[in-house]
Design a protein. Structure first.
Length: 86
């Protein structure tokens, strides 16, 4: 019976604190990873909000090409008019 009490005391005074220390060494980095994951989620949502207008760039590119073509045609016509007037 004394051995049972002795082993219980050792388990309570040595093993239990050791388990708590080791668990703390595992849980702390896990909680830090969770904080990093939350931070990544918040910034990922921010990036998607910033990238929302990107499809409009295709329309802008097409408009610039059309405007450039019209401007070139206009300048060409002006050169012909100015060349014909001189």
């Amino acid at each position: 019976m004394v051995i049972l009490w002795l082993m219980s005391a050792i388990g309570l005074l040595v093993v239990a604190p050791l388990v708590i220390v080791l668990a703390n060494r595992v849980i702390s980095p896990a909680l830090e990873c969770a904080r990093y994951a939350d931070d990544i989620l918040v910034h990922g949502v921010g990036i998607t909000a910033a990238l929302e207008p990107v499809p409009a760039l295709i329309e802008t590119r097409d408009s610039v090409e059309e405007i450039t073509a019209n401007a070139v045609a206009y300048v060409t016509a002006l050169r012909r008019l100015v060349g014909a007037a001189s």
